[in-house]
Design a protein around this ligand. Sequence first.
Ligand code: FES
Ligand code: FES
Length: 670
Amino acid sequence: MPGFTVNGTTVSVTEDQSLLVFLRETLGLTSVKNGCSEGVCGTCTVLVDGRASRACVLRTSRLEGKSILTCEGLSLREQAVYGYAFAETGAVQCGFCTPGMVMAAKGLLDVSPCPSRAEVKKALRGNLCRCTGYKKIIDAVILSGQLLESGEPLSAPVFTGQIGESLHRVDAVTKALGTAGYVDDLQPEGLVFGSAVRAAHPRARVCSIDVSAARAVPGVLLVLTAEDIPGQKIVGHLRQDWPVLIAEGGITHTLGDAVVLIAAQTRQALEAAKTLVNIEYEPLEAVFSPQDALKPDAPQVHDSGNILSREHLVRGNADAKIAASKYVVTHHYSTPFTEHAFLEPECAVAQREPDGSVTIWSADQGIYQTRHECAQVLGLPEEQVRVCAKMVGGGFGGKEDMSVQHHAALLAWFLDVPVKVTLTRQESILIHPKRHAMEMDFTTACDENGILTAMKAEIIADTGAYASLGGPVLQRACTHAAGPYNYQDIDILGLAVYTNNPPAGAFRGFGVSQSCFATECNLNALARLVGISPWEIRYRNAIRPGQSLPNGQLAGDDAALVKTLELIKPYLDANPAAGKTRVWAWACPTPGAVPFMWRAASSGCAPPPPASARAWARCACSLSVRRRSCLPRRWSGISRTPHPPPTRATPPPPARPSSPARPPAGRRWR
Ligand code: FES
Ligand code: FES
């Protein structure tokens, strides 16, 4: 097989494979990230003979004589410069994209040491970042070029810790150079791979499951179905409605429901076994819109009915106020499901410890909830489940729920070897909860001067197949639907409705972005009727300190909407086209963007953690702040001491069992 060099060392490969897999799993060069395996995201960028290339689409058989460079092969000077420049410019958040950005930058700077911004943009066009925005990354590349060109020595930055000082993220350098630890980077000795066989129908009865052929595949260690689950068979943060595996005789709720779990020594054996699982389905009528799901004869997604939650907010007499108002607008708005598109697909590693407890390394957004639900699935007391938070390569709400953690834990529980479960990009998009699609009817009224008088709304949220955080999302959509304005008569009805669509749950803004879209569009329509500008109608109605919001909340002294509108006015006046396109551009200085950000900033929500895990902060008289939190690090600057990776020497994988190797007697089951 062909030989080539990787970071200056000659290697040879015995079988043709993806360069990405070879670099990560054979050579352990985990700075090369796997965001999609399809040549789209750029997280796997390496240099091949000096040119930035995507390792996931290169085959080792075609690399004869080539020279491959990864972040690990950068000179010490280059590592220092790129680490410093990306930290100094604030170009690192979750960090999953950053090593790929660094390699794309090196590919450019090696041939163009002082590039223009346009050149940098062009060089980075194949590299996606979901967190940071590209301006700071471009700044980082330009600063890197200047430092490399000048040869200027770098001294360690000194920070005083004073409030207002611009600090380097504590993890910026390790993230930039690819040494920060993400779950998929873990490769403990004896690691095996797990994956789920997923439902091919959004709503169907699972008539039979035949796993005999899958079990016979060499290298397959374990095949599990729902009946093998030792503890609770359903998970869910707030409402437990999400089956760990769909049982024989059970009904699927959406495409991609997990039906069978398989663990194998190699990925090849795993994929081969998955294709050999034979599941017989009886397809059933499904519902794909809340309108259909609310019909009296609609198929029931869950036995509890198709309505997950209902909100009705009433203050004053909206009907009477609307009838007496000079101007009234009524419009229907539809917003779609939205994918989070974090660059790191879901991944978990789990292993059973010698004392019978289970350790899970996870990249989710709430490790205590993960521990709680995994313990329930395993039938263990929580004290026997330990969850270690690794770096999170972006989440944005999409990593709140169980996705792979419980599956990895289950497989590890039956096997005395560590198990890794990683979703492909397609699986990730298929199964994790999205931003809710909403159908909204909004009526808003004002007097002849544009002073708001009342509003009515009906909000129907498609929560898909599972509850996830659909209840609180609907609540936020409704409680924020009247906007940050000073009027008192509202009538807002909200329903979160189950369908057989993918589940919907948390996403930045938490339901507020959808209802805000409707509110602000209606406000623009009213401004046109009154004959004033979109800015003016907001300024006249903006909530001021001491006033009461339509939902009854009192605005404190720090309510700064008026001040914010005054601050953006010069920019708005200088850009008369802003806000006039039909595209809703929240990042532009449109007057509608301000209320959105005002509301989104106050809409955060998460399942209540156990008391022991609640964040606390203490301000000492020195004005330093000490903070403890159960929140895993992710995009927003949260960071803390990492848990150690799995290091226990593990025995070789056991022989393939003909049936699940159940835990020994005496172990606690539920
Ligand atoms: S482009 Fe290679 S992993 Fe996405
Ligand atoms: S920092 Fe770029 S994807 Fe998160």
